[in-house]
Design a protein around this ligand. Structure first.
Ligand code: F6R
Length: 237
């Protein structure tokens, strides 16, 4: 696990963007995350991506809420369209997320897992939850998990309620890539900013891989880089 230290959110976003751009020619499929953490990274990447031919590029997102149709403003599909896809010239058909309103959600998980393996993820971007989750792989997750349906913890629903009108509107379940799905990517870059992430970063770096901190399973991967700002890395020193 390589650690790149950044001063603050802005610096973390810029360092993450340069890291990705250095590898850009080798990235055909990129794994994306939503949430507040990668927003600045996407902003940094947009001017560059606007000049690229993205016809053959594919994106796969980590997760989607169960019960929110792709048109719902809080669906991760809409979030990604707004943050990135509408800003660059990528065919929307190449941008993939699980379908949270599929009639058969188990089948949808299988379809998404197969798609990810078919495309092969060259680089996966991750954020981290305060409880150490990656994607929506909450504490207790099986290290062999593939794309699956999860019940969100109340802590995660609370953290994500800032994007919804009221807390009750936050879905209770989501479809997420599993730990194995994430570990199958060739390279992983995890970003973290802010003191509220400091304990999760400490646990990820110092604990033996174990389900109480799902991000600790990243130790099973050979090519992981974490880009953390001063506040998120305060417990590391
Ligand atoms: C988002 C995702 C989550 C977030 C995590 C951190 O697609 O998979 O694991 O990365 O909840 O969220 P923020 O960045 O909002 O602190």
């Amino acid at each position: 696990m390589r650690i790149i230290h950044a001063t603050d959110y802005d610096d973390m976003s810029k360092r993450a963007a340069s890291y990705i751009l250095e590898r850009f020619k080798d990235i055909h499929t990129i794994g994306l995350a939503t949430g507040g953490t990668p927003k600045g990274l996407y902003e940094q990447l947009i001017p560059f991506l606007q000049k690229q031919d993205l016809t053959n590029m594919h994106t796969v997102n980590l997760d989607e809420y169960v019960g929110l149709a792709p048109e719902h403003p809080n669906s991760y599909r809409q979030v990604m369209n707004k943050l990135l896809f509408n800003e660059v010239d990528i065919p929307l058909a190449n941008t993939h997320l699980p379908n949270g309103v599929a009639s058969d959600l188990e089948e949808e998980c299988k379809r998404y897992e197969a798609l990810i393996h078919f495309l092969g993820v060259d680089l996966q971007i991750l954020g981290i939850g305060e409880n150490g989750h990656i994607g929506f792989n909450e504490p207790g997750v099986d290290k062999n998990s593939k794309t699956h349906i999860v019940k969100l913890t109340e802590e995660t629903r609370e953290a994500n309620s800032r994007y919804f009108k009221q807390r009750e509107d936050v879905p209770t379940h989501a479809i997420t890539m599993g730990i194995q799905t994430i570990l199958a990517s060739k390279e992983i870059v995890l970003l973290a900013s802010g003191e509220h992430k400091a304990q999760a970063i400490y646990d990820m770096v110092h604990l033996e891989p174990n389900p109480t901190c799902p991000a600790s399973f990243l130790k099973h991967h050979k090519n992981v880089t974490i880009i953390v700002d001063t506040k998120a890395s305060v417990k590391l020193t």
